[in-house]
Design a protein around this ligand. Structure first.
Ligand code: PHE
Length: 363
């Protein structure tokens, strides 16, 4: 027996409702799921419940149709549900382009590194090349070739950190291994490997057996300078270093040279700049003098030129050595050198330029 007219009308209506499933919103979808397949009162469920009462041939035909409708309804409901879930997830993850970015901390140059780069930059403008030398040297490079006599107090065990290693045998430079106590040995290396005219700046770490205190550290940096050519005089030295001080600090920086002594220069001097912290009236950092020493300098000693293979009858030169840690303290008014070694970001970020701080975000 064929399905009755009512059943046919019901089936047609069911087919249309199933077709509309892909257009339902979340709430309607849930309601429709119950309305079609709910265990009590679901339209398909209820029709299926009527099957056992039907004659076998009708039961078979209607049963097949209902199963097919149930399957397609289930499939469409599932598919639509997944579609709506995916859309909801995408909305939840959506990027709010108006939200301020959380900046990532990428680190920054240490203030001493910045000062070093700036100092080197000023000398590069003047035609100086940047030269690097080793931190482990022999006593020949660090002392002997620099005209430092064997009984000089600087060679004392208390100042110099010697390596527990066999001495170097081959010349030039044979001798005991040590951590260089200054960057001046790079003068010798430069003289031995190039010929005048020479203009070089030589940055690097140096080591001394000193305790940490507000103005000393067992490891610190230096920048060595060397110019060797025909007819270089003390005037060239002064003019170069005064230019440097004005360029680095400011045009109105006061500069003075005081006579001094170094075994590797003759005559020797120390250069002071007017204290940046107190403006020259005297403060604890300049020990009340109004001046701070920033470098040692002088005319290269003939023995040093000779040790470097340069004829002192033909050439003269000047040399200087400055301490970027000192210069950094002077520039920023930092009273204790140890602050530059602690790596405390709260301290270090103060010296970042504003532009860099903004770009890098806060630590
Ligand atoms: N080497 C010296 C020091 O460490 C500095 C210096 C370098 C002085 C070059 C004169 C010339 O104190």
């Amino acid at each position: 027996m064929a399905p009755t007219m009512t059943e046919l009308a019901e089936l047609t209506e069911l087919r249309q409702r199933i077709k509309r499933i892909p257009g339902l919103d979340a709430a309607a979808l849930e309601a429709e799921q119950i309305a079609l397949l709910g265990r009590k009162g679901g339209a398909i469920t209820e029709l299926l419940k009527r099957l056992p009462a039907l004659p076998p041939d009708q039961r078979k035909a209607l049963g097949a149709t209902l199963n097919e409708l149930k399957l397609s309804a289930t499939a469409l409901l599932d598919a639509r549900k997944q579609e709506l879930d995916a859309a909801r997830r995408a909305r939840a993850e959506a990027v709010d382009l108006t939200m301020p970015a959380r900046r990532r901390w990428t680190g920054a140059e240490h203030p001493v590194t910045r000062v070093t780069d700036e100092v080197l930059g000023i000398f590069r403008e003047l035609g100086f090349a940047v030269v690097i030398g080793p931190e482990v040297e022999t006593d020949w490079y660090n002392f002997t070739a620099l005209n430092v006599p064997a009984d000089h107090p600087a060679m004392d065990m208390h100042d110099t950190l010697y390596l527990d290693a066999p001495p170097v045998e081959e010349a030039p430079g044979s001798g005991r291994l040590l951590l260089r106590t200054h960057t001046s040995p790079v003068q010798i290396r430069t003289l031995l490997t190039s010929r005048p005219p020479i203009r070089a700046v030589m940055p690097g770490w140096v080591y001394r057996n000193d305790p940490f205190d507000p103005s000393h550290a067992p490891a610190f940096s230096q920048i060595e300078g060397l110019a060797v050519d025909d007819g270089i005089s003390f005037v060239d030295l002064k003019a170069t270093l005064i230019h440097f001080a004005r360029r680095f600090f400011s045009d109105d920086t006061k500069v003075r040279f005081r006579p001094s002594f170094f075994p590797f220069t003759e005559p020797s001097a120390e250069m002071d700049v007017g204290c940046r912290i107190c403006g020259g009236v005297g403060c604890p950092t300049c020990k009340g003098t109004g001046w701070t020493e920033i470098l040692g300098c002088g005319m290269v000693h003939p023995n040093v030129l000779r040790a470097g293979g340069v004829d002192p009858e033909r050439y003269t030169g000047f040399a200087f050595g400055m301490g970027p840690h000192r210069v950094t303290m002077q520039r920023h008014g930092i009273p204790d050198i140890r602050l530059l070694y602690e790596g405390d970001m709260r301290f270090l970020t103060q010296f970042l330029p504003d532009s860099s701080r903004g770009r890098r975000g806060e630590p």
